[in-house]
Design a protein around this ligand. Structure first.
Ligand SMILES: C[S@@+](CC[C@H](N)C(=O)[O-])C[C@H]1O[C@@H](n2cnc3c(N)ncnc32)[C@H](O)[C@@H]1O
Length: 418
């Protein structure tokens, strides 16, 4: 891999071909045009709320790193302790260092960017921040920066199936071959691993003249993916049922002749999460009578776990979920923090009639003492927990079967006019 200070690697024609000029434009914008986030012309970069814990970590970062932060969200998921995290297009490393504090001394964070000049800034503070965030390592760091392209992760030194979490903050819009990036991410994740990322999207396809405009491209607008195209692309490579976590409209104040090229387009900064769950997800969400309960065992989410815009899980409360969601919570990196169980009655409409039995079942689950030493690395609950969940499910199954028989008898009588 050639390292490049402000122009992209010329060995890379294979994956990008004529699109090489797009890289040059992006490299020029981020190494020469912008010297800090005050130079930006839109809110596409630098929007997004940060959770309190992340703010506290940020307050310990050097100004130079914070001023050169060009992200559009806060793509840092919970449950990072001990994890291996990869940040694609890490720039000067703000998110890498937040993750460094969160993964702790047994975790590892790799930041990858194509611009050596940005990585130089990031590396300048590596020793100092290692002492601050992981003093247990006595001067060594849990962070590594790689110069390379996110379309070619193995060449850059990232092994397949090596990451628990991949993050990325306002970068994929800048790449011409987005499908290739999603494919690379999929293969880099361990099974059950998560891609959690913020980027700019549009409500329609962007015309070529806008896509080619250097200012729109650099400001992360020209290359924004149309939301429907995004869904089609990621599903075609195996990231089925992507989950939107946040979505904010982007404001911009561009020069008139540039603004006219995107006048009818609305841009959004969205954070999505997607999981590598080979063969366990469907394109469409289906109701199979699954229920899930958050155990409240994640330090950063003591009261509620928010999976996406549709699902929030208050601690200790049973929530009806579709089959995909159940499989995410049962088999992904979040499995140790959830109980999932399938109700035995599948017929739609009857679920409501079973509320009374369901309430008893929920109470039974709630009364169980919840063990907290789950085996995180294996992405599933311990054997004891499974046996307990199965026992509860069996108890419920007996109750539900009784109710089911009763309802069927009533329905049958009704149909016969009794
Ligand atoms: C909008 S900035 C965001 C930087 C960083 N994520 C942050 O939040 O500050 C986009 C970054 O992506 C990098 N980048 C763009 N295309 C890339 C590619 N194909 N491979 C690796 N890095 C790339 C740029 O060099 C730049 O640092």
């Amino acid at each position: 891999m050639n390292h490049h200070s402000s122009s992209p690697n010329s060995n890379c024609k294979k994956c990008c071909g004529s699109k090489e000029s797009q890289r040059e434009q992006v490299a020029h914008y981020y190494s020469t045009v912008l010297s800090s986030n005050r130079d930006l012309k839109s809110s596409a970069c630098c929007i997004g709320q940060q959770p309190g814990a992340h703010k506290a970590i940020c307050s310990q970062l050097p100004d130079e790193i914070l001023e050169k932060f060009y992200g559009c969200g806060s793509p840092i998921p919970p449950a990072l302790k001990d994890a291996v995290v990869l940040d694609l297009g890490c720039g000067t490393g703000r998110d890498v260092y937040i993750c460094s504090a969160l993964v702790g001394p047994r975790g590892r964070v790799v930041g990858l960017d194509m611009l050596e000049s940005s990585l130089q800034v990031a590396r300048k503070y590596q020793n100092m921040l290692a002492k601050q965030f992981v003093p247990e390592l006595e001067g060594s760091s849990n962070v590594e920066f790689l110069c390379g392209y996110m379309e070619q992760l193995e060449e850059a030194g990232v092994k397949p199936e090596s990451c628990d979490v991949v993050i990325s903050n306002c970068v994929i819009n800048l790449v011409s071959n987005k499908e290739l990036v999603f494919r690379q991410v999929y293969h880099t994740l361990k099974r059950g691993g998560e891609f959690y990322f913020s980027d700019i999207y549009s409500d329609r396809r962007i015309k070529e003249e806008a896509r080619k405009d250097p200012l729109l491209l650099g400001e992360c607008l020209g290359g924004a993916l149309y939301l429907q195209d995004f869904q089609n692309i990621v599903e075609s490579i195996g990231f089925l049922d992507p989950r939107m976590v946040t979505c904010t409209k982007v404001e911009h104040s561009l020069p008139d002749q540039v603004e006219s090229k995107v006048r009818n387009v609305t841009f959004y900064s969205c954070t999505f999460r997607m999981f590598r769950l080979d063969g366990l997800l469907e394109r469409k969400r289906e109701d199979y009578g699954e229920e899930a309960m958050y155990l409240g065992t994640l330090e950063e989410c003591p009261d509620v776990f928010e999976l996406d815009v549709d699902y929030r899980f208050p601690k200790g409360t049973s929530v009806a979920v579709d089959q995909n969601t159940a499989n995410i919570l049962r088999y992904s990196r979040y499995a140790p923090y959830f109980y999932c169980y399938r109700m035995v009655v599948y017929r739609k409409g009857l679920v409501n009639m079973l509320q009374k039995s369901l309430k008893e079942f929920k109470d039974a689950v709630r009364q169980e003492k919840i063990k907290e030493d789950f085996s995180k690395s294996e992405y599933h609950v311990t054997k004891g927990e499974k046996i307990r969940a199965n026992r509860l499910q069996a108890q419920y199954a007996r109750k539900a079967t009784k109710t089911w028989n009763m309802i069927n008898t009533l329905l049958e009588r009704q149909s016969r006019g009794f």
